[in-house]
Structure formats: C-alpha cells, structure tokens
Design a protein around this ligand. Structure first.
Ligand code: ADP
Ligand code: MG
Length: 389
C-alpha cells in the first residue's frame, strides 16, 4: 500500500469520514554550514525526497486531535490550553504550528489530523521540520492564507514553524530546517543567509559527475532538547558579548585571528573559530558547486567535519567512524550533518563505490559494537506542497 493510502486509511479509522486533503513536507539534509543558522551565518541544505504527510480536516470547535502512524496516540487538547511546554509529547510540534499561526494573526480552527513520516525520526534529517511544514502548508491552504504561493509567504511560514519549535516544543534550533522544508526548489540546494533570510538556489545535480550523496544514519541517539545544543548557543552569545558584537556573522575570516585573544578562554575561541570558518566554507561550497568542482566540495566537507569534531565538539564516535570509513573507501568528502551528538553523516561518493562504501561502514560499525547504520541516497526534492491523490 502506498504511503498516501496508509495515512488516508489511518485518518478514516481514527476520525471516520474523509479528510479535506493531504499535504506533505520534506525532511532535509544539510550539505554544509552547521550551527551557523542561529549565528546569522550561511547554510546550504537540500530538501529530501522523503516526506511527512498529513491527512487533515477542520473542526467546528477549537479541539486539536492528532494521531501519527507508529506513535502513541496523543491526548486531544483545546487550542486555548497550548503554552510553552504544553503539550509535552510529539504533538507539540504540529500543535505549536497552529498556536504560532494564530499568534502571527491568522485565526485558526480546531483540526483532526493523521500524520505519517518517511523521514527517519530523530536521525538529524529534520523530521521535526517536516511535520511542522506539512501542517503549516495544510493550514495555509485550508484557511486560504495563500502563504504557499510565493517565497515571501513560505518564508513567513518557515518563521512560524521555527517559533513553534522554539516556544512550544522548546527546542532552541535556528531557522535552517524550516526554510529547507518550505523554501527549497527541486534539483537545487538552498543557500540561506540567516542574517536576512535571503535565499539563492544552487543547482545540485551529482548524477552527471558520476557521484551520489550517501546519507549514513548512524542510529546513535540525538536530541536537540538535551542541553548540549543550548550550551553551544550560550557559548556563542557569551563570545558575542565579550567581543561587543550582536552576532558572530560580523566577524569576517580576516578578523578572526586578531580577535581570538580577546576571548576569555580556549573553549570560546574554538566555538567562534568553528562558526566563522564554517560560514566561509559555505560560501566556498556554493562557488565550488556552481563550478562543478566536486573535489573542492569534498575537501570543504572534510574541513567542516574536523571543525565540528575538534572546535565545536558536537561529533561522536559513530559519526567520526562513518566519516573515516567513507573517506577510506574513496569518498571525495564526508562530514556529520545536522545538530550533531548522533544523527547522520553524509559522504560524496562515486556511484560505483556506493555498495562497497555501505558495506565497509556496516563492517566498521559492527566491529566497534555500534548499532547497524541505515543508508539513503539524498536527492534534492520539492518543498512542502499539497499532495494530489
Ligand atoms: P529530527 O528533526 O532530526 O528528526 P528532532 O529531535 O528535532 O529530530 O525531532 C524528532 C521529534 O519530532 C520526534 O521525537 C517527535 O516528537 C517529532 N516528530 C517528527 N516527526 C513526527 C511524526 N511523523 N509523527 C509524530 N512525531 C513526529
Ligand atoms: Mg529536528
């Protein structure tokens, strides 16, 4: 049975009758530019072909009833009861989007909705932005907000989804994931400048070069709501305060070395070095992709991983192993992707080496007693949209 039929059946079984429609939004994989979004820097994600779908119908009252295939059923709640930290289980993501839409001035009805995700949940591929984007797209269409019609409206929805994640789900993430899910173009990577939310679409076609982007889901658990992510943000804020800047984006690569001695300790120096050099690597990666220089793109991946491992300290043994083995198998580059502390890595691999690379990573993980990794090939898919069925 297709995924769309499955979510439709789930809706009918839970709520009886038909939904008003089905909407979908993608997960994302970030090519390069990690922990730069909340520092007003550059990021370069692609939307994945893997999506989260929602079958949904408005209600006459303000009740919110959500189910998700494979997840525990949530308690129905009234829109007026929503507040930071409430609800506390998975439905806080879609509930938060409806709350944030209303807070942004768009009156919302109650809804009943069934979700299903092809995006691996909690693997650093942003199933959270996918579930947010799916319901945001649905509410825009159902309430005639017209926000899917152009990039400006999609940027508004992305902000609303980020507010939901920050305030109701209470995950202190930046805005990259939601922008990737809502504002990407099929076949292109999204070069988002988080200082002004402007975007540039960069062609992402690896097939002609005989390459593929292998995603290695390490199965090492990660969570943005645990303290490490917030501690990295706090380090960046502290560094800004010590240097007298509003954001770390104000530091150009040339300014970096003379400024570092002014910071109070080596940890802050390393954090700032990562953030500043990472945005510069995104800028260079865009130039490399536009020149079809994939060897250079691969080198930038390798430098990015070292920076995240050593300076930002967000890698873990599974991610490091995935990167090392991919490079040993001839990948042009490899790096962890997403927030870190587990989740996924990516590798730029020649198509003919895909099988041997996957096998070698699986063997290396087994030898170290890690969980078996999962793999997918990432292509640049379309953004959130209504699903025709
Ligand atoms: P990631 O975004 O990398 O997958 P997060 O920790 O940011 O990881 O988000 C995962 C959380 O999002 C899940 O624990 C769950 O609460 C929620 N979530 C994501 N997708 C779904 C879904 N399809 N159904 C229910 N909850 C989901
Ligand atoms: Mg997430």
């Amino acid at each position: 049975m297709s995924i769309v039929s499955t979510v439709l059946n789930e809706f009918q079984a839970q709520f009886t009758g038909e939904p008003e429609g089905i909407w979908e939004a993608p997960g994302r994989v970030n090519l390069i530019g990690e922990h730069t979004d909340y520092n007003a820097g550059l990021v370069l994600p692609i939307a994945l072909p893997q999506r989260t779908y929602v079958a949904i119908r408005r209600r006459e009252d303000r009740k919110l009833r959500f189910v998700s295939v494979g997840m525990e059923a949530s308690q129905p709640l009234n829109l007026d009861e929503v507040e930071p930290g409430k609800p506390s289980s998975w439905e806080r993501y879609p509930v938060g989007v409806i709350w944030a839409l209303e807070e942004a001035g768009y009156p919302m009805p109650g809804v009943e909705a069934a979700f299903i995700s092809e995006v691996p949940v909690g693997s650093g591929l942003s199933s959270s932005a996918a579930i947010e984007g799916a319901i945001a797209a649905a509410m825009s269409d159902l309430c005639n907000l017209g926000l899917l019609a152009d990039d400006e409206g999609r940027a508004t929805l992305a902000n609303i989804c980020q507010r939901a994640e920050n305030h109701i789900a209470q995950a202190p993430t930046g805005g990259m994931d939601q922008a990737a899910s809502l504002r990407s173009h099929e076949g292109y990577a999204l070069n988002l400048d988080c200082s002004d939310a402007s975007v540039r679409h960069v062609p992402f076609q690896l097939e002609e070069a005989g390459l593929a982007l292998l995603v290695i889901d390490t199965q090492a658990p990660h969570s943005h709501t645990t303290g490490e992510y917030g501690r990295r943000r706090a380090d960046c804020e502290q560094a800004c305060a010590q240097l007298g800047f509003d954001t770390l984006r104000e530091i150009t690569p040339e300014m970096l070395e003379p400024l570092l001695p002014r910071l109070s300790n080596d940890r802050l120096r390393a954090r700032v070095r990562h953030v500043v050099t990472e945005t510069e690597r995104v800028r260079l990666a865009v130039l490399a992709m536009e020149a079809n220089d994939f060897a250079e793109l691969g080198r930038l991946f390798v430098d990015s991983h070292a920076s995240m491992r050593d300076d930002y300290e967000i890698s873990c043994p599974e991610l490091d192993q995935a990167v090392v083995t991919a490079l040993e198998c001839g990948a042009l580059g490899a790096r962890m992707t997403g927030g870190g502390f587990g989740g996924s890595a990516i590798a730029l691999v020649y198509t003919q080496s895909l099988d041997s690379t996957r096998a070698a990573i699986g063997e290396a993980f087994a030898a170290r007693g890690f969980s078996a990794p999962q793999f997918l090939i990432a292509q640049a898919g379309p953004p959130a949209q209504r699903t025709e069925y």
